[in-house]
Write a protein that binds this ligand. Structure first.
Ligand SMILES: Nc1nc2c(ncn2[C@@H]2O[C@H](COP(=O)(O)OP(=O)(O)OP(=O)(O)O)[C@@H](O)[C@H]2O)c(=O)[nH]1
Length: 404
């Protein structure tokens, strides 16, 4: 007769193998989305409305009725975001304090933009400033993307001031230029974000823009800014087009303990997700609900309509306090066209200018504000999690004029 105890190690080995195989299959299933997008799809095609209920025609924007529970339950802890989504348990991080961030990121700005400032200082300090020099001053301003009209205005003002000054000491020239640049960037604009609860509801921030400008990254970074300011935040992943966007956002949130409301269904109705996120924010008494949207080209009418719908559906529950348009500073004047069209569909309340670390065209800040009358509220200065800073006029001008 076989000794049963001799078989025991084999039995254990078989059980272990079965458990391991089972969890691998579970993991693979978990990573796969339940519904695949049926055909080839252009980044600017409309998502098929699978969430339906948020459709304005239905009149009652409720949760995705066909897929109950398909929107992830807002989680308290990173590992609990959703049964079906594998989110690695990341230790919660403490975001860098917000005060003085631009100062800390100043070096990036100095590196990319002080060529422009230095150039101006050198030109204005030259012994005699003739027309050729003034042309160079103007060209320098145009190259920094300040825009034609503001550049001409600034040259005129500087001409007048130089005339009055007579002989010019470098310090005086610097002080004069600093003063005029600060005026141009406009310290009187209101740049604070509306992120306070009101009427018993959370503040709602909608983040919009064309593809690849840094929307999801900005929402993630901004969540950290808000957490650093002790706000309770909920994220809404209404970028239902790019498959990885929702998980990318959830990971950003999880790192600072912020839950994300998202759909497991590729191409779900973004308005439904936005609606659910705001609903969760109201129920959980969050301070801020931040909704990320899919990148869309401003010339695609259907997509722009979809964005208008997202906003209107949110407004069935709560006011949208901020609509932040994310613009990539490296795209220069093209950003202005985008901004114009977006502002026709949704009232833009602020600009987030990303990738300022990668361009010498910081003057776009001036051009955008002049053309749209909308202030730059935040600037992105790198890919790091805390490389987003509240825009501060003096800090910005000082970095441009820095010796560094
Ligand atoms: N250097 C630099 N890179 C940035 C900054 N902000 C965002 N990025 C990078 O820009 C790239 C695109 O960022 P995403 O957040 O995915 O852009 P998106 O607008 O959400 O993209 P879509 O959803 O495809 O429209 C990423 O590689 C980011 O790391 C910034 O301030 N500086």
């Amino acid at each position: 007769m076989t000794d049963l105890s001799a078989l025991l190690p084999f039995a254990i080995a078989v059980i272990v193998l079965l458990v391991v195989a089972g969890s691998i299959i579970g993991l693979v299933r978990g990573r796969r989305s339940k519904v695949r997008y049926p055909g080839t799809r252009d980044a600017n095609d409309l998502a098929p409305a699978q969430g339906g209920p948020a459709g304005e025609d239905s009149g009652a924007p409720v949760a995705l009725a066909e897929a109950p529970g398909s929107l992830a339950e807002p989680a308290e802890a990173p590992a609990e975001i959703h049964d079906d989504v594998v989110v690695e348990a990341v230790p919660t991080e403490t975001p860098a304090p917000v005060a003085g961030r631009l100062q800390r990121l100043r070096e990036r700005l100095v590196k990319s933009n002080n060529v422009f400032g230095k150039g101006l200082l050198a030109l204005l300090a030259s012994d005699s400033i003739d027309d050729a020099v003034w042309d160079e001053v103007e060209e320098t301003l145009l190259l920094a993307d300040i825009g034609t009209e503001p550049s001409l205005e600034l040259v005129d003002t500087l001409k007048d001031r130089v005339k009055v000054m007579g002989s010019r000491k470098p310090d005086e020239v610097r002080a004069m230029l600093r003063e005029e640049l600060i005026k141009l960037v406009d310290p009187t604009l209101e740049r604070s974000l509306s992120i306070d609860r009101k009427a018993g509801k959370p503040a709602v921030v909608l983040v919009v823009g064309v593809n690849g400008v840094g929307k999801t990254t900005t929402v993630g970074k901004l969540a950290r800014v808000l957490v650093a300011e002790d706000k309770d935040v909920i994220l809404g992943a209404a970028d239902t087009f790019r498959a990885a966007a929702a998980e990318q956002l959830a990971t950003w949130g999880a790192r600072v303990g912020v839950p994300t409301v998202k759909s497991d269904v590729d191409g779900a109705d973004p308005a439904s997700v936005a609606f659910e996120a705001v609903k969760a924010g109201i129920e959980q008494e969050a301070d801020v609900v931040m909704v990320d949207t899919a990148g869309r080209l401003q010339n695609k009418v259907g997509l722009m309509d979809e964005l208008g719908k997202v906003k209107r559906v949110i407004e069935k529950q709560a006011e949208v306090d901020e609509v932040l348009l994310v613009l990539d500073a490296t795209t220069g004047q093209n950003g202005l066209n985008q901004a114009r069209v977006f502002s026709e569909v949704v009232d833009i309340t602020g600009i987030v200018l990303t990738k300022l670390d990668g361009t010498a065209k910081g003057g776009i800040v001036v051009a955008i504000q002049k053309q749209l009358g909308v202030p730059v509220k935040l600037v992105g200065l790198g890919e790091g999690p805390d490389d987003l800073a509240p825009f501060d006029v003096e800090g910005f001008v000082d970095a441009i004029l820095s010796e560094g």
